[in-house]
Design a protein around this ligand. Structure first.
Ligand SMILES: Nc1nc2c(c(=O)[nH]1)N[C@H]1C(S)=C(S)[C@@H](COP(=O)(O)O)O[C@H]1N2
Ligand SMILES: [Mo]
Length: 369
């Protein structure tokens, strides 16, 4: 593996980063300044304007001044190792998919005893039109050997998280060879921005964002399971520190709303005049499963929202509901359900690392003339 390393971090905290309640730490604030979220009002856009797409970068954004020298190598358990320039990749069949990406840690900061990490509340989500070539075409050209059991994707960014590593993730061959996993060079009709993986990234529709490796320059096919830190060390649902865990994979059903009315600048509390208010939002889930229902709640009383048309298998679905707002303090909420019958919990979902918290969105509103 070119994923050399696994030397232990000199910066590691004894016993791992703790879970905690209360005030945010300097480290959390610094990560929040680096990794921006969508502005909830931007949920109005079917496709998130590129500059409003959320960001999650573990290490430093690599400086890649030009795509001219970029190559993607495919090595390991393949019949024909390949090294392709970006121009060669772009000559392959092109496909554009509208895909909603969400960070697995979205909602982490809403968990009591949150993990010290990126403190997302609700905003680590966005939808883009991703243009690239199906990964399948490239893997078929290289030809997987019969003993291939894991396909590893490595980016050029690197750093420490318990151990030194380059950012890497793997997919089972069956998924890697499916039609919709893309090697992407375009986002909303333009080249990828530096922070979104210029010049090449993977997009794995329906999965939480960690699978969609940015700054991708190597694919390595293994005859054994990949044991990179981002594969086996971090993205696991765990009850407690000694829980071996279950891998984090596709997105869980979720919905968000555009907070209605006007905000207070600092607290973000909302002021809405009495009378009918149209509340607008988005709902999505994983694995290309359709959203079948969204409910809108006021102080715990639910009504069905109206769903907009489906906008592609992997894109969020719009919804709206009319609220007859009455004077006073209210909590408004939304809850989505998908075709599998999966729905959102009313309260936070515990996970030691804060992954997969798809609790309903709650917004406090003051209604006053
Ligand atoms: N090389 C690399 N790829 C990466 C990451 C990273 O830090 N390095 N972060 C991952 C995570 S956790 C998420 S949620 C998505 C975020 O993609 P975006 O920043 O383009 O929204 O990228 C994924 N791909
Ligand atoms: Mo993420």
């Amino acid at each position: 593996m070119t994923d050399r390393g696994n030397w232990v971090s000199p910066f590691d905290i004894e016993g791992g980063r703790p879970n905690q309640d209360g005030d945010f730490l300097r480290e959390e604030v610094r990560l929040a300044n680096r990794n921006s979220g969508i502005l909830l009002e931007a949920l109005r856009h079917d496709v998130t304007p590129t500059g409003l797409h959320y960001l999650l970068n573990h290490f430093d954004v690599p400086y890649v001044p030009s795509a001219a020298d970029w190559t993607l190598s495919i090595t390991g358990r393949v019949r024909q190792p390949l090294k392709l320039s970006l121009a060669e990749l772009k000559a392959l069949p092109e496909k554009t998919l509208r895909v909603t990406l969400e960070c697995a840690g979205n909602g982490r900061a809403n968990i009591g005893l949150r993990r010290q990490s990126m403190p997302w509340m609700y905003e680590a989500v966005g939808t883009s039109e991703w243009t690239g070539t199906p990964l399948r075409a490239v893997l078929e050209r290289a030809g997987l050997e019969p003993d291939a059991i894991d396909v590893v994707f490595l980016g050029i960014d690197r750093g420490f998280d318990k151990v030194f590593h380059e950012y890497g993730r793997s997919l089972a061959p069956q998924l890697a060879l499916s039609d919709d996993v893309l090697l992407v060079w375009g986002m909303n009709g333009a080249p990828l921005l530096p922070q979104h993986g210029f010049p090449l990234r993977l997009i794995v529709p329906g999965w939480y964002g960690m699978a969609s490796v940015k700054w991708l320059d190597r694919i390595e096919v293994l005859d054994r399971p990949y044991e990179g830190q981002q594969q086996v060390g971090t993205y696991m649902y765990r009850e407690s520190a000694d829980d071996p865990g279950v891998p984090v994979t596709h997105m869980r059903v979720k919905s968000l709303m555009v907070p209605p009315g006007i905000p207070d600048w600092y607290t973000r509390h909302r002021l809405v005049p009495p009378g009918p208010v149209t509340v607008f939002g988005r709902a999505w889930t994983g694995n290309g499963v359709p959203i079948t229902r969204v409910e809108f709640g006021v102080d715990g009383v639910w009504q069905d929202a109206t769903l907009a048309l489906v906008d592609g298998r992997y894109a969020w679905r719009g919804w709206q509901a009319t609220w007859n707002a009455t004077d006073g303090e209210h909590e408004i909420t939304c809850r989505a359900t998908d075709e599998n019958g999966d729905t959102q919990p009313l309260e936070e979902r515990w996970d030691r690392s804060g992954f997969g918290n798809n609790m309903i969105h709650k917004v406090r509103v003051t209604v006053r003339a």
